[in-house]
Design a binder for this molecule. Structure first.
Ligand code: F6P
Length: 344
């Protein structure tokens, strides 16, 4: 009987998960394995809920956003006997290996299961935030930034027509990559990211100068940027099972827009792209990257190299220790501040 590989997708969904599942199933079957999907992230393993997976089922999912397996932010560590139940269901389902696709949280659990329980686990890096270490890019990022970029371009048209300052708030949680790349790609006048304290005088000066030159301006802000002047620091945020702030009601774009309007006297509008930047068809880059890291995960299982994550390094897909990729987020580094100085 063929050995079985369980595949799960955890954390926020992102475009690329389906192509990654497909790549993994194709390569696994080629190596002689059978695959089964675990429903809704770690919840599927905790509860033993599965969904069938084979080449026929996944053939056309390469172009579909979201994840056909469903996802959740379930953290087995926070559930009574959660880890124990994962280990029991792994056995009950007769799994040889588990491929966990996710960001720092999902892969943190995978790391734990490998380190503490020697479970046959392989990680596949995904996140629209692009904040995972030890891989050059994560799939989901390119599509999300592309969506945000298109939104920002639309704002330029209406902003220029009405002679307004337009503020676009994008996701990214603790990392400013989505905001930074969107701002660079749309010739924005200012960008606010969580890694760099906003110099409000500088922001106002630059917006006034941009407006004086062309009678409109574009600002991109990350949902997690800090503007103490807006008093948002006092807001108590709900936390998810991994201890992350749920930023949905924070309204950073709105805070920044009011601050700009108040301090420039220029009519200012905000838009929040929100979850729209996480849906829709993956870009070519994400389809390719996801397919390749998914295939590599099956290769790593076949090679018995557990505790590894398939990663993009240069233009190669290689195995890197899961432990090195998780625990510390890859945030916008200081070198990028120099780039910001030139462009904004
Ligand atoms: O981690 C991906 C992400 O899209 C973040 O950028 C964002 O803060 C968060 O997920 C939103 O989570 P949810 O979909 O649970 O509202």
């Amino acid at each position: 009987m063929a050995k079985k590989i369980g595949i799960l997708t955890g954390g926020g969904d992102c475009p690329g998960l389906n192509p990654a599942i497909r790549g993994c199933v194709y390569a696994a079957e080629k190596h002689g394995y059978e695959c089964v999907g675990l429903s809704d992230g770690w919840k599927g393993l905790v509860e033993g809920n599965t969904t069938p997976l084979n080449r026929d089922i996944v053939e056309y999912i390469v172009m579909r956003g979201g994840t056909m397996l469903g996802t959740s932010r379930t953290n087995p560590v926070k559930i009574e006997n959660g880890i124990q139940r994962c280990l029991e269901n792994f056995k009950k389902l007769d799994l040889h290996a588990l491929v966990a696709m996710g960001g720092d949280d999902t892969l943190g659990v995978a790391t734990k299961l490998y380190r503490d329980h020697k479970l046959n686990v392989i990680g596949v890096p995904k996140t629209m935030d692009n904040d995972l270490n030890n891989t050059d890019y994560t799939f989901g990022f390119d599509t999300s930034v592309t969506r945000a970029m298109e939104a920002a371009q639309s704002l330029l048209d209406t902003g220029a027509s009405h002679h307004r300052v337009m503020v676009l708030e994008v996701m990214g949680r603790h990392a400013g990559w989505v905001a930074l790349y969107t701002a660079i790609a749309t010739a924005a006048d200012f960008v606010c990211i969580p890694e760099r304290k906003i110099d409000t005088d500088d922001m106002i000066k630059k917006i006034k100068a941009a407006y004086a030159r062309k009678r409109f301006a574009l600002v991109i802000t990350s949902e997690a940027a800090e503007l103490p002047a807006a008093g948002e620091d006092n807001i108590k945020h709900q936390l998810d099972q991994f201890g992350h702030r749920i930023l949905k009601d924070r309204g950073m774009g709105e805070h920044i827009a009011s601050f700009i309007e108040k301090n420039t006297g220029i009519e200012t509008r905000t838009s929040v792209i929100g979850h729209m930047q996480r849906g829709g068809s993956p870009t070519l880059f994400d389809r390719m990257l996801a397919t390749r890291v998914g295939m590599k995960a099956a290769d790593l299982v076949h090679a018995g190299q557990f505790g590894m994550m398939s990663a993009l390094v240069g233009n190669q897909i290689v195995g890197v220790p899961l432990e090195k990729a998780t625990g510390e987020l890859k945030v916008v580094s200081k070198e990028w501040f120099d780039v910001m100085e030139v462009l904004f």
